[in-house]
Design a protein around this ligand. Structure first.
Ligand SMILES: [Zn+2]
Length: 352
């Protein structure tokens, strides 16, 4: 184990690893940045290429490449080791025994990956996805964006996907634990798929893990169906922590020194496709504290392009107060009266 830790460390340059997450500036023999672990306006976070360590003279946080990744991504040593092994191209020997909880999470992540692949295949290739394909075409979401966001379609007949997953040796109990499937109340023990008949969007976190899904109805759906639904809270998915698109936008956010915040999946995908890359969706009209803290690691400027109801919304006012406490600079793109949502503003073509 010790050997592998050293081997990975030797193959990595701490400056390169940190710079990818937090742009560093050269100053003398060191590199500096505003500390990601406390709020500050002048940099006291120092990285030493010679010693391969970092230290913040403001808050005292210090350590090596592993402790940085742990602290920055809020993961444990072992997850940091696995992540860095991948970056360094080192194959980890199986010296850890997964706890039951870990094993369980890994299984759910694998199922989610398969589900996303299945939905995506249905949308892009299968006859059953034709109507959904036509709808996306009408909304001017092109193939490249469909692929980038792994957009999918969930057919009405859930037997297709459950058969596919069972063939891959996943148990029905595990399928239910992902939140995508539930036991049907009618006709004995049958699984239903929560996203039946919907366009699907994998909810990917900043570490590229698919934690859950959201689904949008197609035109012509029954009026009582909610336009969007999300995975329920599971061992993996926590709605309050999800910032949609952050995995794809984080580098642009750092480069542009700001993040544009929109509400829903389409609001983000359309502008992203036109080249506006520093954009995320909060999947609602107000921030949670966790979402703000997550964004704060990448930038201190929020550009709000939320729904026209935003200003009158109590939850929104509260979230602005929270953002100010975290020393965000806040700008508002005013869409009031002109367009119902930012996606429309960008396409200039109102459609529900
Ligand atoms: Zn600090």
């Amino acid at each position: 184990m010790e050997n592998q830790v050293e081997e990975i460390k030797k193959k990595l340059d701490i400056v390169e690893v940190i710079n990818r997450l937090l742009p560093l500036r050269k100053r003398g023999r060191h590199y500096v940045a505003n500390c990601p672990f406390h709020q500050e306006k002048t940099p006291s976070f120092i990285v030493s290429p010679e010693l391969q360590i970092y230290k913040c003279f403001g808050c005292g946080k210090a350590g090596d490449v592993f402790s940085f990744i742990q602290e920055f991504n809020r993961i444990d040593f072992r997850e940091a080791l696995e992540e860095m092994a991948k970056v360094a191209g080192v194959k980890l020997l199986n010296t850890f025994e997964d706890s039951r909880e870990e094993k369980n999470k890994k299984t759910l992540l694998k199922i989610n990956e398969e589900v996303a692949r299945f939905y995506h295949y249905m949308l892009t290739t299968h006859q059953l996805g034709k109507e959904a394909r036509e709808y996306l075409e009408k909304r001017e979401i092109d193939e490249k964006m469909i692929k980038t966001f792994q957009v999918g379609f969930c057919p009405n007949d859930s037997r297709l996907i459950t058969a596919y997953l069972k063939k891959k040796n996943f148990t029905e109990e595990d399928l239910v634990k992902t939140g995508t499937f539930g036991w049907s109340q009618y006709g004995g023990k049958k699984l239903y798929d929560r996203f039946s008949g919907r366009l699907t969007f994998p909810l990917v976190d900043f570490r590229e893990r698919i934690l859950g899904f959201s689904g949008r109805v197609l035109p012509g759906a029954k009026a009582e169906q909610a336009k969007y639904i999300n995975s329920p809270e599971t061992e993996l998915y926590h709605k309050s922590q999800m910032v949609y698109g952050l995995n794809l936008a984080k580098e642009a956010i750092r480069k542009e020194l700001s993040v544009i915040v929109v509400e829903g999946e389409f609001d983000m995908i359309s502008p992203f496709g036109t080249g506006i890359k520093n954009i995320v969706a909060i999947k609602g009209t107000a921030f949670t504290e966790e979402q703000l803290q997550l964004l704060r690691r990448y930038t201190d400027t929020l550009i709000l392009a939320l729904d026209s109801d935003f200003a009158g919304n109590n939850a929104a006012i509260k979230s602005i107060e929270m953002a100010e406490k975290l020393e965000f600079e806040i700008r508002v793109v005013n869409l009031v009266g002109k367009y119902k949502d930012p996606d429309e503003a960008i396409r200039d073509d109102p459609d529900g």
